[in-house]
Design a protein around this ligand. Structure first.
Ligand SMILES: [Zn+2]
Length: 208
């Protein structure tokens, strides 16, 4: 029997450990050891469909950055969703069912996980360097860019969370460096979303 793997948020790792979960340091995943009742871990069991962001269409964003390791310019990729995309909002207070909330502005997605297979195939056709990897910063795995020259991880924090970062355009010049590939097909993943006064209209290929 395959072992049961858990999706434990970093903040809850101590509780998972206390209940008997074990950490596989090789695969960077918590799991339920043989002989332990898995029902105590139900909140961390993978759910179907395990996505919290969805959209009827999406853009793969492409630009370049300087690798922090080898100082060469490398292509990097990410996802932008048009207005009308939805996120699953948790309502723990009164135990109402989770509801999908519609957003009326575009968003930049990062810390992507649980990417639908069709989308994973699309981005793999553009680059072999965007793939699941483990981040020491977030202590979790997500779809991450890697330098096309030296293979080093190019983590999301610097690119998406610092104003002026590769995927955090502050003005039209920043935005014009980003090329958008549009896909008129469903998008789904888990991930963080960023909203703000981004100059989306200056991205090349933009029709958001
Ligand atoms: Zn490099």
């Amino acid at each position: 029997m395959a072992r049961i793997e858990l999706k434990v948020p970093f903040a809850e790792k101590d509780e998972a450990k206390r209940l008997g979960a074990r950490w596989d340091s090789g695969r960077k995943v918590w799991y339920v050891p043989d002989g332990i009742d898995a029902s105590a871990f139900s909140r961390w069991l993978p759910r179907e469909p395990d996505i919290t962001v969805r959209s009827g269409s999406y853009f793969i964003a492409q630009t370049t950055k300087i690798c922090w390791r080898c100082s060469k310019s490398t292509s990097v990729f990410g996802f932008i969703l048009p207005a009308g995309h939805e996120s699953l909002e948790y309502d723990n207070e009164d135990e109402e069912p989770d509801t999908w909330y519609r957003h009326e502005e575009p968003t930049i997605v990062h810390y992507v996980d649980n990417l639908l297979p069709a989308i994973a195939a699309r981005i793999k056709a553009l680059t072999p360097h965007y793939r699941i990897d483990f981040s020491k910063t977030t202590k979790s795995s997500y779809w991450m860019n890697h330098c096309e020259h030296c293979g080093m991880k190019q983590g999301d924090f610097e690119m998406y969370c610092d104003p002026g970062g590769t995927f955090y355009p502050m003005d039209e010049d920043d935005a014009s460096l980003i090329l958008l590939h549009k896909f008129a097909e469903p998008f789904g993943c888990t991930g963080s979303r960023m909203y703000g006064d981004f100059p989306f209209e200056y991205m090349r290929g933009a029709r958001l």
